[in-house]
Design a protein around this ligand. Structure first.
Ligand SMILES: [Zn+2]
Ligand SMILES: [Zn+2]
Ligand SMILES: [Zn+2]
Length: 289
């Protein structure tokens, strides 16, 4: 593309009338806006019109043209269109291009398009539930929104009231829980409790599914039990000899216990007693006993 030389003299010349000068400036300004509008950069426009880039910039500013690719805001401020919201904000250029940017926030947008009036805070309708909650407007319009949770709703149905149940005490952990008559079964609160009960009281083995074997200590302990090793592996005091000798002396172990009682972390205890926080696992083994 050949650079078309534009002879718009902008320097003041002796003997030039003021009117002539004004005309020249106006002409240059027009040229700058046109060239910039065609996609040229400010520097190129300045080169083409023979003025300083700052001058070209000033011309664009006077004409109200926004400079591309600057940090200067590309849009003007406006007030949120929602009734009752006075927030002044500036939409993004992309929003304006798509015809958005009417509301200051997403919340205001939603509020402006609200179909049902906003509901008031209320108390859950289930007997014995004191939970306060705010239902959605549409829920109230549908005649719903009485219970704070699906659980409370289910417990308030006639089908539930017809069901019979009672408080049952777990035979393993002793926790009481309200159960339907149909689900009381053997009287345990959970499958885990049932497994523990079998191990303690009936001498039955426990399936690996019941016990997590993620930790090494769990593997060591429970695999021993499945293989009927009763002794140290099963945590029985004075039982089978085994394992590597304890690294910590009795005094150190006692120190660990007292610090553990103070609520220190295993890392802190290890640093104090063994001189290095990396002995945290040793502390954990002592404290677990
Ligand atoms: Zn708003
Ligand atoms: Zn409730
Ligand atoms: Zn239990």
């Amino acid at each position: 593309m050949t650079v078309k030389s534009v002879s718009v003299a902008t320097s003041t010349k002796r003997g030039q009338s003021a009117a002539e000068r004004r005309r020249q400036i106006a002409e240059r300004g027009q040229q700058v806006v046109e060239l910039y509008g065609s996609g040229m950069s400010v520097a190129d426009v300045a080169k083409r019109t023979g003025c300083h880039p700052q001058t070209a910039r000033a011309d664009l500013g006077d004409a109200g043209v926004l400079i591309r690719g600057t940090n200067k805001p590309q849009t003007t401020s406006r007030t949120c269109e929602r009734d009752g919201c006075e927030n002044v904000f500036r939409p993004t250029p992309a929003q304006l291009r798509k015809g958005f940017g009417k509301y200051c926030t997403r919340a205001c947008d939603h509020e402006a398009h609200r179909i049902h009036p906003q509901a008031e805070e209320r108390v859950c309708a289930r007997d014995g539930c004191e939970e306060r909650f705010t239902p959605t407007g549409s829920n109230v319009a549908m005649g719903w929104g009485k219970f704070h949770s699906k659980r409370c709703s289910a417990l308030s149905t006639d089908a539930h009231r017809r069901k019979k149940g009672r408080e049952v005490e777990c035979r393993n952990c002793g926790k009481t829980k309200w159960r339907y008559d149909s689900t009381i079964g053997a009287g345990f609160c959970s499958h885990e409790c049932w497994g523990k009960y079998r191990w303690r009281n009936r001498g039955e083995t426990i399936s690996p599914d019941v016990v997590s074997l993620v930790r090494g200590s769990a593997r060591q302990k429970w695999y021993g039990r499945w293989n009927a090793h009763k002794g140290a592996a099963a945590g029985i005091e004075g039982g089978r000899e085994g394992g590597r000798p304890a690294k910590a002396t009795k005094k150190q172990a006692a120190k660990c216990w007292s610090l553990h009682g103070e609520g220190r972390s295993t890392r802190e205890i290890a640093a104090i007693v063994f001189g290095d926080a990396r002995y945290k696992d040793r502390v954990a083994r002592i404290v677990r006993r």
